[in-house]
Design a binder for this molecule. Sequence first.
Ligand SMILES: *[C@@H]1O[C@H](CO)[C@@H](O)[C@H](O)[C@H]1NC(C)=O
Ligand SMILES: *[C@@H]1O[C@H](CO)[C@@H](O)[C@H](O)[C@H]1NC(C)=O
Ligand SMILES: *[C@@H]1O[C@H](CO)[C@@H](O)[C@H](O)[C@H]1NC(C)=O
Ligand SMILES: *[C@@H]1O[C@H](CO)[C@@H](O)[C@H](O)[C@H]1NC(C)=O
Ligand SMILES: *[C@@H]1O[C@H](CO)[C@@H](O)[C@H](O)[C@H]1NC(C)=O
Ligand SMILES: *[C@@H]1O[C@H](CO)[C@@H](O)[C@H](O)[C@H]1NC(C)=O
Ligand SMILES: *[C@@H]1O[C@H](CO)[C@@H](O)[C@H](O)[C@H]1NC(C)=O
Ligand SMILES: *[C@@H]1O[C@H](CO)[C@@H](O)[C@H](O)[C@H]1NC(C)=O
Ligand SMILES: *[C@@H]1O[C@H](CO)[C@@H](O)[C@H](O)[C@H]1NC(C)=O
Ligand SMILES: *[C@@H]1O[C@H](CO)[C@@H](O)[C@H](O)[C@H]1NC(C)=O
Ligand SMILES: *[C@@H]1O[C@H](CO)[C@@H](O)[C@H](O)[C@H]1NC(C)=O
Length: 869
Amino acid sequence: MSMGSFLLLLLCFALAVFVRGQIQTGFISIDCGAIENFNFVDTDTGISYTSDGSFINTGINKNISADYAYPSNPTLPLPLSDLRSFPQGNKNCYTLTPTAGRGGLNLIRASFLYGNYDGENKLPEFDLYLDVNLWFSVKFKNASDIVTTEIISFASSDTIYICLVNTGFGTPFISALELRPLNGSIYNNESGTSGSLILFDRWDIGYLNGSGRYQDDIYDRIWSPYRSSSWDSISTTSGVDISGNGYRAPPEVMKTAARPGNGSESLELYWTSTDRNSQFYIYMYFAELEQLGRNQSREFNVSWNGTPLFGPFIPRYLFATTISNSRALVGGEHRISIYKTQNSSFPPILNAVEIFIFKQSNESLTYIEDVDAIKNIRRTYQVDRTWMGDPCGPKNYSWEGLKCSYNDSNPPRIISLNLTSSSLTGGIAASIANLSSLETLDLSNNNLSGTVPEFLEELPFLKFLLKGNHLSGLVPAALLDKSKAELLTLIVDDQNLCTSNSCKKNKKVIVPIIASVTSALALLVILIIIWRIRRKRISERAASNEEGKTLASKERQFTYAEVVNITNNFQTAIGKGGFGTVYLGNMKDGTQVAVKMLSASSSQGSKEFQTEAELLMRVHHRNLASFVGYCDDKNNLALIYEYMANGNLKDYLSDTIYMTMLWLQIEPAHTLSWETRLRIAIDAAQGLEYLHHGCKPPIIHRDVKSANILLSESLDAKIADFGLSKVIPGDGYSHVSTTVMGTRGYLDPQYYISQRLNEKSDVYSFGIVLLELITGQPAIIKTSDHIHILEWLRPMLECGEIKGIVDQRLQGDYDVNSVWKALEVAMACTTPTSIQRATMSLVLTELKECLAMGLARERATRPKDGDLL
Ligand SMILES: *[C@@H]1O[C@H](CO)[C@@H](O)[C@H](O)[C@H]1NC(C)=O
Ligand SMILES: *[C@@H]1O[C@H](CO)[C@@H](O)[C@H](O)[C@H]1NC(C)=O
Ligand SMILES: *[C@@H]1O[C@H](CO)[C@@H](O)[C@H](O)[C@H]1NC(C)=O
Ligand SMILES: *[C@@H]1O[C@H](CO)[C@@H](O)[C@H](O)[C@H]1NC(C)=O
Ligand SMILES: *[C@@H]1O[C@H](CO)[C@@H](O)[C@H](O)[C@H]1NC(C)=O
Ligand SMILES: *[C@@H]1O[C@H](CO)[C@@H](O)[C@H](O)[C@H]1NC(C)=O
Ligand SMILES: *[C@@H]1O[C@H](CO)[C@@H](O)[C@H](O)[C@H]1NC(C)=O
Ligand SMILES: *[C@@H]1O[C@H](CO)[C@@H](O)[C@H](O)[C@H]1NC(C)=O
Ligand SMILES: *[C@@H]1O[C@H](CO)[C@@H](O)[C@H](O)[C@H]1NC(C)=O
Ligand SMILES: *[C@@H]1O[C@H](CO)[C@@H](O)[C@H](O)[C@H]1NC(C)=O
Ligand SMILES: *[C@@H]1O[C@H](CO)[C@@H](O)[C@H](O)[C@H]1NC(C)=O
């Protein structure tokens, strides 16, 4: 094959991907139960389906029985041949992230085919929920019955939960799940956002041929053929203009219509509803298909059960119009009559019709701050339960271990959290303080360690149980005071307040501390004892620290001669940091390391060196550069880290490498994709979050910048360079006064002015790094007047111009909503006053959502290479 034809082929391929990507933008098409990472294009519809692994992590994959599958059933749509079933948990939810985000209008379709997948030949019944509101009760007529239900609804948050609820009549399952974004200006009469429309019927009237689905219908609605013996079909071969409104019923559907067989009679539609309170909305589609003469006319009125609905109406020639009722049609029997007016010389027509049942959303999502807090707790403790969907809703199906208060006008609140015997480790999660309505907290019988935090005091009427853990240290005085005033009940465990043997004899005196401790004398005794224990503990800890230090140091200490050997006499310099040069080295076992030599000239550096060495020995996290060892041999100081093959983020983002690649005509394949950038940001955020919230006492890095974020071969990011880090004494909510240090461009302005450091200074610097990832610009942009990235951004942000902001090298290949959200996160990190800035935990949650949005788009728009073949 010649180069030319190869390129042409490549171009066609790219074009095909592009066209399909364009059309299916925002589609989420899930073949539930498909084998992992299985993507395919359904040849009947041209729709690309993905397996469901990234939308749900519970349930098991099953195939329907061969009796119901292909080839026994040759017309079975491929996505229905397998399914995901949920034998465990009352509520299992798919999490969808539609591109339009919160407030976007979506059509969601769920399909179910039992097909005796479990060999039990017993038809299950279960409920389907959209977020927290009942959508549909799934029932089957027989094992080959395909049940499909469709709902049109505004997204009440950035993510949508589709939940299957076990009502005790069999194991829930699902075969296919599809989401299509709609134009938000349609289907939203009267009801607005207070409810959803559930499809009752959708008919292509006078249907002749055609699939009546995607790719004819850009929204992928399925139009079923409908004919009546008393009707005549009419059709045209001309095109019908559907651009008149947002409904865009496909031309294939609009090109056919029906009129009454007897021209003087009316066109009647009739349906009944078992629920007399059902509220119906009907959308009728009209387009004139016959070329009328000068003195011919077609004009008609529409009535419902004899009362006029609208009219007189004259359909426009080859131009689609949609008519719907503005007030719900309520009743058991419904008769729509379309009849000609006196002046009309032609009978009435109807091209297509959709009938929906409106369902009021009578339950609301859990209070958003409670949701964020409980999700943080889920993440911190890796809670091993089927915690899916909304925490409190639907009513009676809250997450296991939660109790919520339900109130008609307000969102549900979490009032009780019971995580007893759940193998929790680590400290008491700070996010618990954000559950501001919490009244009961049971964390008993876990492996929790650390201290009893003071923030618990802020929660109202708290009863909490902490026994059966390994908590140590002091019970905060504020809690004791509240307990004394009978404002809370505190049940803690005895041994755990003290870890050393010497404390044991005192244990019975402290515990249990219960509300009934009312006497001031008792309190005084307790406080004195606590004070004595603390004094003892402090001296003990100091002693044990000495021990630990020397032990760890010996294991990781290298002599200068060894360093010379490792670096092959300082052969390869790979970087120059603030305190010296970094060399590439090889350990005896062949692992590559980076060796940072401390330059002898900087006297100040020596102190920083010690800070870093001590810190590195204490912290371990996969997003912090791992520490191999150090050398403190006479005047030679060196730190040895794991080697990160892709260098630092700053170099990676910088234009010079990119330009060189272009110049050498090498495809700059290393241009970081949007999703990779988000992953790097998430990695770095995790590292920082660990320093801030996972370390006791917390650590402030003080020099967060892209040059200090290192990238491994697989582009995992780690934070390095702890030279300036500062340990915050006490609880992490305080600050320390220090000499201002950091790097220009990343330095928190408030810290610079006040010289008071707290962890929000790192958040600011991280925000700048995030902006670098989004824009590809350095923190200080080297135009003629060296402007700061925030200054550069401001005018563009103000006019909402995202194109100019995002790194041009991404060539538009990103999900706009994801980028906007990331920008919002960056702005929330870089507010001038630190109190308004987000915490790293929140930043992390938000970034993960950005990534999910980016990935959803990637899945929807980028079919696998094999798909086209
Ligand atoms: C379902 O069938 C497919 C293809 O025949 C097979 O690869 C897959 O393993 C089956 N899945 C289960 C859960 O049996
Ligand atoms: C199953 O039910 C559907 C829908 O009512 C019906 O069309 C079909 O004939 C039934 N199939 C069998 C095998 O009974
Ligand atoms: C419908 O299909 C038949 C045969 O498949 C074809 O002859 C006929 O022209 C089609 N009609 C329309 C309106 O497309
Ligand atoms: C949605 O429909 C309205 C009204 O028909 C139209 O003006 C608007 O451009 C449509 N929006 C999109 C995104 O297609
Ligand atoms: C058409 O309907 C009118 C009114 O219902 C009736 O009088 C007339 O006989 C009908 N014509 C035919 C051919 O059925
Ligand atoms: C239009 O109406 C007039 C009288 O009402 C009639 O004479 C004439 O034939 C009609 N023309 C057509 C094209 O039907
Ligand atoms: C609601 O229905 C009324 C009457 O059919 C119509 O005039 C109005 O434009 C509709 N509103 C929306 C937002 O579709
Ligand atoms: C059609 O509706 C209009 C306005 O609602 C009314 O004036 C007219 O009488 C109706 N025509 C018939 C034939 O009912
Ligand atoms: C019927 O049509 C004539 C002429 O087009 C017009 O003058 C008259 O008002 C129309 N009558 C009705 C009830 O619309
Ligand atoms: C909401 O409505 C459903 C039935 O549509 C009912 O089962 C449920 O109890 C209602 N919830 C509330 C909070 O009223
Ligand atoms: C927490 O749950 C366990 C068992 O699930 C129960 O025994 C305990 O009483 C609960 N705690 C509270 C405070 O209700």
